[in-house]
Design a protein around this ligand. Structure first.
Ligand SMILES: [Zn+2]
Length: 343
């Protein structure tokens, strides 16, 4: 009994001194395990005189229960501490600044192209795309451009394959071939824009590139007039350059429109008083347009007496250069990050 009293007196201090769960288990085995003093005494209860057994038995149970309670309390405390430590280690500091990962964005040309398309889609136009390698028929013949026309010379057009006129292949010099392809497969009314890359045998300079982007537009319906052309393009210019813009049409020539015109928009930079952007003229030349030539309608099987229409081709590169004051078209194609990151 003396031994038990000492054991019980020392137990709280020993249990409290344990710093981790593993040591606590070892101490538990020592204090109340199968080989412990308490367990050994219990097993030898039978050797005591019968009148002492209940007293000693009760004392042993009391000691066992007390020590088990102390162990459970300590275990709970150690487990809580371990959990707190884990939470602290895995704590996420949401106030830490992010690692700066550079994110890309759409190229200025793509942005401009999307903007132009959006404006025409909002006016009710469909969007179509066509092949960049075209036959001479679609690029020239069907567009009322005879075999002798200077635009067909190798000095202007990039040929993919010379051959008989019917299987001659060129890199399309404009998006206008899609006027023909679209009208061949659709009946009027037609309201469509065609964005895409076009190619010319040009040497690179500040305003010319062998490859550039166009958006072709075509409207064919009953009673379409030059006033519709001007109104539509003025609406486009105002949507793109601002509400205050005015436009003017100057006579021009294209084989596939009659009459043909060049459209100028009043300078967005100086409001028409003259500046560097508009070469001091107050006007910016932006696109070619005109009324669809009856020969083009005949080439696709439309009746020129029943329908009329207008067409235009706007240079997307030029729109981007003019609006942002970029002084060389090469900046749109060299992909210099110092340039691209500005847009
Ligand atoms: Zn100006």
């Amino acid at each position: 009994m003396q031994e038990l009293t000492e054991l019980l007196a020392a137990a709280p201090g020993r249990i409290d001194a344990v710093g981790d769960l593993e040591s606590l288990e070892a101490l538990e085995r020592e204090l109340i395990g199968r080989e412990s003093v308490i367990a050994t005494m219990r097993r030898s209860l039978g050797s005591l005189p019968p009148e002492e057994r209940p007293v000693v038995g009760a004392r042993l149970n009391e000691a066992f229960t007390r020590i088990r309670e102390l162990l459970a309390e300590r275990r709970a405390a150690l487990e809580r501490a371990a959990e707190d430590q884990l939470l602290e280690e895995e704590r996420v500091d949401v106030t830490l600044p992010l690692v700066d990962v550079p994110v890309g964005h759409r190229h200025l040309l793509s942005q401009t192209l999307d903007e132009v398309i959006d404006i025409f889609v909002s006016l009710g136009y469909a969007v179509a795309r066509g092949p960049e390698v075209e036959t001479s028929y679609y690029n020239f013949d069907a567009l009322n451009t005879p075999p002798t026309h200077p635009a067909r010379l190798e000095s202007d057009t990039l040929y993919v394959d010379w051959g008989e006129p019917e299987d001659e292949l060129v890199l399309r010099t404009h998006t206008s071939p899609m006027q023909i392809r679209y009208m061949e497969t659709h009946q009027p009314p037609v309201y469509v824009v065609v964005p895409g890359r076009v190619y010319r045998a040009d040497t690179l300079d500040a305003t010319h590139s062998p490859v550039f982007n166009q958006v072709e537009g075509l409207a064919v319906d009953a009673d379409i007039t030059m006033a519709d052309l001007k109104g539509t393009l003025a609406a486009f210019m105002r949507a793109f350059f601002g509400k205050e813009r005015t436009v003017r049409l100057l006579p021009h020539f294209f084989p596939f429109t009659e009459p043909s015109a060049e459209m100028h928009v009043s300078c967005f930079n100086c409001d028409g008083s003259g500046c560097r952007v508009c070469s001091n003229t107050g006007w910016i030349e932006l696109l070619g347009c005109g009324m669809v030539d009856p020969n083009v309608f005949e080439a696709v099987g439309y009746d020129p007496a029943a329908v009329s229409g207008f067409a235009f081709g706007v240079g997307v590169d030029r729109l981007a250069l003019v609006r942002h004051g970029i002084n060389h078209i090469k900046h749109l194609y060299e992909n210099d990050l110092r340039v691209l990151e500005q847009f």
